[in-house]
Design a protein. Sequence first.
Lengths: 321, 264
Amino acid sequence: MKTRWQTIAIWFVCMAAGYGIIYAGEMTGVVDTFIENMLVMMGINIILAVSLNLIVGFSGQFSLGHAGFMAIGAYATGIMTQTESTFAGLIFSMITGIVITIVIALIVGVPTLRLKGDYLAIATMGAAEIIRLTANNLKITNGPAGLYNIPQLATWPLVYIMMCLTIIIVANFVHSKTGRAIRAVRNDELAATAMGINATKYKLMAFVMGASLAAVGGSLYASYLQSIAPSNFNIMESVSILIIVVLGGIGSITGSVIAAVVLGAIDTILQNFGSLRMVIYAVMLIVIMIAKPSGLMGRREFSIGKWLAKRTAKKQAAAES
Amino acid sequence: MAEKLLTVRNVTRQFGGLTAVNDVSMTIYDNELVALIGPNGAGKTTLFNMLSGLLPATSGTIAIRHDGRFYKVSGKGATSVAQHGISRTFQNIRLFGDMTVRENIMAALNNQFKESFWGTIIRTPHYYRTEREMNDAAQKLIDRYHLTAVADSPANKLPYGMQRRVEIVRALATKPKIIFLDEPAAGMNPEETAELTTMIRQLRDENNLAVLLIEHDMSLVMSLAERIYVLDQGEVLASGTPKEVSQNSAVVKAYLGGDANAAG
């Protein structure tokens, strides 16, 4: 009971401190527009990577369609906030994006989640392409040109708060009865069903939840960058989110957060290198993967609760001896 | 005599032109220890997979008594079958490898506890209570079947014999009325086999359940089983007490071979 509140308090302090540091940076001018842009993109990438990790890492379904769900959120916000450009409008558009995503993720998920591995990857990739091509051909989405002049309602504090919420939601979800069932299905679907675990239900749950969080990421992306086009949500976007997940460690939320920050920083630093940028970036990816094949964190997590428990155990042992 | 628990009526399974299980009928009563033996390729595992709902039967019916009524297993999915009191282990151990022993058992307890989605997300007191209750239920099983030392190690890091024990306890966690053990003693040394024999008896006596096991270790079968079904080429060749079966000439010819006297 005591450690529970301590854990919550420490996490809260950490998140508040992160906010404080960025706020101080903004005030003193250390964080200029350029750096703020980098930080916001990091935050959005954390949302996308953590939610994809729920699908790929925890429920073990290799999805290549994350950019599609991101696009739904982005277009919902892009279209709706142009007519209702208030903060409430942004939140409402975000919820609309989530609802549409849930419906589409269910439609996509029910038939495709019976597939495994490469087959599922191709099916989800196809689904994302359908979403992108729909945006490319509809009038309301303004075709290939996309939407611009979207009011900038999402500021860095909102992105920061949504990032924290996403991490909390996914971490709590994974460490629950449902999360355990999802991990059991990933480990051995056949054995899980034989233990009475409804594999389809739990796979679908993880998939839909991951997809709807991607929609939130998409909403923030559209609102912060103020312009979106179908080409922002192509297969390469799905792949780059997947890279963050794989690099951080499949099945590690901490890993996804670290990888999103590291890759975001590398990407920003390399902008000075012009066309060599992508070459250096790719080489670094290869080097990291050779040095740490299971990702930066593997499946490990940074857990304050466990750390506290260990510390108390040590103290007790010391007191006894 | 005890009440009928599981009835298998004329069950057949064909794979293309091959008939793996042919017109098998059997009955298992409450709290019985039954062994299913037969040479390799006799269709034992195929029958097990049908009984646990992992494989649909080509024809025939399987039913289990659930809340006083017979529930048809044939044609239902494994999840639903498991929820009606059937649980099993696998020939080639299938634990949830990177989860701890405790988590393996807690995952099998899944259907006995309720949890709300939003309660999980915002961590209501109900969430903490459910987690604690599940942990307590798992701890009871861990203590009773001597898994305390390994409770928090990942399942795939355990020695082979221990993994088999964990798999049996995991199957038990679903609160089954019948438990199928697919070659539980495979790859065990005599000492581990002796421990396993005690464990299976304890399992049956303490939990009021029936056990059906496939096993090649004849000394284990003969000492443990109260009844034996012999399967050969997909058909029931003989059934009865260990003594009856070991004296059956057809069985001796098909399966026990020259070892008939030693095994009996």
